[in-house]
Ligand binder design. Structure first.
Ligand code: SAH
Length: 460
């Protein structure tokens, strides 16, 4: 089979890169056969080694760059750069933003067949580093020493690192301090292969607006040796800590958190604000990881919803009610739907915390609950969706088309499924008016998009 392909495994060849894949690899073509090469940029000429070939594409490794892209930046050496999961860090931030914006435009045309839609310039960050408010760091042992950091790609080997370039400094400090304390106290690390030992992960969460820090110690065993000393030292070395939590995960699994959580010291939750809305964040709560850009995204959601105080809003896929509570400030009534019961508990608690009385939350699948509401005669003026990567279920899109809310605001973390769903909504009577990409995850290939649709024939 491979005889008919223009390249063979282990070939060294000179190529010119034309494009980037959605996961940030450079694309070069040899007689039409695409080869994907991580860390290569469009416009670059380079020598590569072909390391894998499949029928329809190959994978290569960069050997030498002859001509650099003007978007290429030198990446410092060190494990934080090498293993930190920043797939686009070799590209200037300006280049990253342009890549993401172009990707959105291309996919909207290719998959959504949306030719003349208005795509605004992407909203990026002033400082695209140290933005994440949550870390979950695996712990292991090497040469008898406790280590914690990143996994090597496609392996379970841990690289000991004290810094992540995209975490908020308080998070890095917290993880490092807890690692040092556990090491000093001789708390054994978990050994994945043998399923023995104690400490599996160190987790830290930080409320950027409040300065409140949560530390979560995740162990295999129900007990933590030297627990009291551990707590005392964490309090002494991390003055911002407001909550120390113990989570037990006794299973052989890649899932980080187990079911049993107890508070070792302080509060069960920390607080944070997005705009004026206050959120309680527990060890297990879902909460957006880039708080600054979340505000940017939700301000857009508010703008696109165009609320006057008279509207009924449905927020499908509402999570802990973040968008719902944001919109409730300007709407008559908001109904949130979410499949995870604990998230709905958080949503209700957050509504109460803010004295918001015009938001109601229901547990269930959006594609089941919303058609049911419609059948019962309930309608929304504005419908917001913020689905996971696979996009909206077709039954939900059909319910939207039947219900005919005047506006639909679609928040998406996957331009491909977004484009597929926009096509269905367009064919069902909606017009895509505005598309706003937002960079929620600088240095990575992820891009968030928010879209405003209106019923065709509606004056805007
Ligand atoms: N809007 C929220 C959460 C978005 S993440 C925020 O901005 O914080 C997507 C959410 O959809 C997750 O909370 C996930 O649990 C939920 N979800 C996944 N499938 C669902 C479905 N079929 N119906 C309702 N919610 C679903």
């Amino acid at each position: 089979m491979s005889k008919t392909l223009p390249v063979q495994k282990n070939d060294y060849i000179d190529v010119t890169f034309e494009d980037l894949t959605h996961d940030g690899a450079g694309v070069a073509k040899v007689d039409g056969y695409p080869i994907f090469v991580p860390k290569a940029l469009p416009g670059e000429k380079a020598k590569i080694k072909v390391i894998k070939i499949n029928k329809s594409y190959g994978i290569g490794r960069l050997i030498e760059i002859y001509e650099r892209s003007h978007y290429r930046v030198d990446v410092a050496s060190g494990d934080a750069h090498k293993y930190g999961g920043c797939q686009l860090q070799h590209m200037s931030y300006e280049g990253q933003l342009q890549f993401k914006e172009n990707q959105v435009r291309q996919v909207l045309t290719r998959i959504g067949k949306l030719e003349d839609v208005k795509v605004h310039p992407i909203l990026g960050m002033d400082n695209p580093w140290h933005y994440r408010n949550k870390a979950q760091v695996p712990v292991g042992e090497k040469d008898g020493k406790l280590i914690a950091g990143f996994f090597k790609p496609r392996s379970h080997e841990i690289v000991d690192t004290n810094e992540s370039l995209i975490q908020i400094p308080e998070i890095n400090k917290a993880v490092q301090a807890v690692k040092e304390i556990c090491s000093e106290l001789g708390i054994p690390a978990y050994n994945e292969e043998a399923h023995k030992g104690v400490l599996r992960h160190i987790m830290a969460r930080y409320g950027k607006q409040t300065g409140e820090l949560m530390v979560v110690i995740i162990t295999r065993t129900a007990d933590i040796p030297h627990k009291n000393k551990l707590v005392k030292e964490i309090i002494a070395r991390l003055p911002k800590v407001k909550s120390i939590v113990h989570n037990v995960n006794p299973k052989r699994t890649n899932v980080i958190l187990g079911e049993k959580t107890t508070v070792l010291w302080g509060n069960e939750v920390i607080y944070d604000y997005i705009g004026n809305v206050k959120f309680a964040i527990s060890a297990l709560s879902f909460y957006q990881v880039n708080p600054d850009q979340t505000k940017v995204l939700y301000d857009k959601a508010l703008e696109y919803a165009g609320l006057t105080g008279e509207e009924t809003v449905i927020d499908a896929y509402c999570g802990i009610g973040t968008i719902s509570l944001f919109l409730a400030q300007k709407a008559k009534k908001v109904f949130g739907v979410e499949v995870v019961p604990e998230a709905i508990e958080d949503a209700k608690r957050n509504a109460e915390l803010n004295g918001i009385t015009n938001a109601e939350f229901a547990v269930g699948e959006a594609e089941v609950v919303i058609p049911k509401w419609y059948k019962e005669g309930n309608k929304a003026d504005v419908l917001v969706v913020d689905p996971p990567r696979k996009g909206c279920d077709e039954a939900l899109l059909k319910a939207i088309i039947d219900m005919k809310p005047k506006k639909v605001v679609y928040v998406s973390c996957n331009p491909a499924t977004l484009s597929r769903d926009l096509r269905i909504l367009e064919d069902g009577g909606y017009k895509t008016l505005e598309v706003q990409p937002v960079d929620m995850f600088p240095q990575t290939m992820h891009v968030e998009v928010i879209v405003k649709l209106v019923l065709k024939g509606t004056v805007e």
